[in-house]
Design a protein around this ligand. Structure first.
Ligand SMILES: Cc1ncc(COP(=O)(O)O)c(C=O)c1O
Length: 486
């Protein structure tokens, strides 16, 4: 048989002879686990030297420099093998938990199969299957555009909306978060992210969330291509009023604007339904997904949409590649996506999110009665916000005011840090200057985890109502925050 490939393959510095049609690779095998073990203690130095030094400062200041060495399911393990409950889940990507064996197996099998990945002058079988399965879950939509991240999905939605409507305007909400690339940043409702990067995309109009009058006013010009909205705002965990999303959908239809829901964080079961929009019965023209879609393993994004929108962009053969990205639809992302949907179904992950979420919400809400600093616990499924606010008693008022004056929202760090240090629970504060601690755990957390969370919050909040360690931590943080880079 003639051999048309190379007669020798240079692999990892080793020249390997090739015989017949079989390419035999040999040479060094890179053992990533050994590499990690050998260098994990250097991570902060490496990042200080070559990456984001400020992040290293932050971790050291707040005592999060514990060097995580393992992740399994909803748990993380530090270098001493101490177990932590992860209520951040990599900003919501590990819905089915870290390193789920089925997803790992799917990825390994994709690698072992010698698939014709990213041929580009072919179409991907796995992308077709994932698109079909996603659309089964969102049956009013017919087409999928795959991207590599949440922000890329938002960028695509802006382009599709403009192309489909011939209009330039995009309406978005205050406090919105849709990602940090330029188009997505132009829809960011928090000036902290925008400052220093302007000018952003023109024709983007900000309106208050939960305000249908403002929306109608913005849409009535009939120059708005899309209204882009998170069903539940991630920054602050702000829930829509009961009639808001349905009302927004109606207004969009009336004024010829596309109704686009950003379900990048809320989608794929986070709120106890496949899409959060299902709680309010909406049928958006476009739905944006990313994060949990690949089980956290491979960057991915997806825009689900109506066929006429898609067809306006890919309208002729010479426009077949008019929007896209080299790595989108790559086999590993698609395989992980297919496996994630299977795991969600087989393990009742979404039902678990609904049940445990309800329990957590109920039990954390009950704490409000006991603590004057705890104002509200809200959320849906396993997207929960725990909001703190100004106390009524004189003894706490002065401390609260001191912190607020130094740095708005700093109080939440006085909850998050002891949760981490003393109770081994990883949480986040829901935005700059926010008084809300946010929980977006893997959707697989169980009743024992729930006990762990409620007990830890109860103890930490109780401590914050006493003069002492928590408040002196506040003073230390204020001092550190003011100090310039060493
Ligand atoms: C609602 C929402 N949209 C978009 C994004 C951006 O996604 P990515 O970070 O993958 O670009 C995020 C990320 O947190 C998000 O929460």
């Amino acid at each position: 048989m003639p051999h048309c490939g190379p007669s020798r393959v240079d692999y990892g510095g080793v020249i390997v002879p090739v015989g017949g049609d079989t390419i035999v690779y040999s040479g060094t095998t890179l053992d990533i686990a050994t590499l990690f073990d050998a260098h994990e203690s250097e991570r902060f130095d490496l990042h200080t030297r070559h990456l984001n030094e400020q992040m290293v400062r932050v971790l050291r200041t707040i005592g999060y420099d514990v060097r995580f060495c393992k992740g399994q399911g909803q748990y993380l393990y530090d270098r001493r093998d101490e177990r932590y409950l992860d209520l951040l889940s990599g900003y919501g990507v590990f819905a089915v938990g870290r390193n789920h064996p089925s997803i790992r197996a799917a990825l390994k099998s994709a690698l072992d199969a010698d698939l014709p990945n990213l041929v580009q002058m072919d179409v991907s079988t796995l992308a077709g299957l994932l698109a079909e399965r996603l659309l089964e879950r969102v049956p009013h939509l017919e087409k999928v555009f795959f991207a590599n991240s949440g922000a890329e999905s938002v960028e695509a939605a802006i382009k599709f909306a403009r192309a489909a409507t011939g209009r330039a305007g995009i309406v978005y909400c205050s406090h919105a978060f849709h990602g940090l690339t330029y188009g997505a940043l132009s829809l960011n409702g928090d000036d902290v992210f925008r400052k220093g990067f302007e000018p952003l995309l023109p024709d983007c109009v900000r309106i208050p969330f939960n305000d249908l009058t403002a929306l109608e006013q913005a849409l009535s010009s009939r120059r708005v291509a899309a209204f882009v909205v998170e069903p539940i705002q991630g920054k602050g965990v702000i829930l829509p009023k009961e009639e808001y999303l349905k009302g927004a959908e109606h207004l969009c239809r009336r004024y010829g604007t596309l109704f686009v829901t950003d379900e990048i964080q809320t989608g794929l079961g986070r709120t106890g339904k496949f899409l959060a929009g299902e709680h309010w019965g909406v049928e958006p023209d476009m739905v944006l997904l990313a994060k949990a879609l690949s089980g956290g393993h491979v960057p991915v994004g997806a825009v689900l949409m109506r066929k006429p929108i898609y067809d306006k962009v890919f309208s002729r053969m010479d426009r077949a590649v008019v929007h896209g990205s080299t790595f989108s639809k790559n086999d590993l992302a698609m395989a992980a996506g297919i496996a994630t949907l299977e795991v969600m179904k087989a393990e009742g992950v979404i039902e678990n999110a609904a049940r445990i979420g309800e329990r957590l919400l109920r039990e954390l809400s009950a704490l409000c009665e006991n603590y004057e600093l705890l104002k509200e616990v809200r959320g849906k499924g396993l997207m929960i916000g725990i909001e703190f606010g100004s106390p009524s008693s004189l003894k706490l008022k002065a401390s609260w005011k001191m912190l607020e004056t130094a740095s708005k929202g700093l109080f939440c760090q006085l909850i998050a840090i002891p949760l981490f240090k003393e109770h081994k629970i990883l949480t986040q504060v829901a935005g700059h200057g926010s008084h809300t601690v946010k929980l977006i755990p893997p959707l697989i957390i169980n009743d024992a985890d729930c006990d762990w969370i409620v007990r830890a919050f109860d103890e930490v909040i109780a401590d914050s109502h006493r003069a002492g360690a928590v408040w002196s931590l506040g003073k230390t943080l204020v001092e550190h925050a003011m100090r310039p880079s060493a």
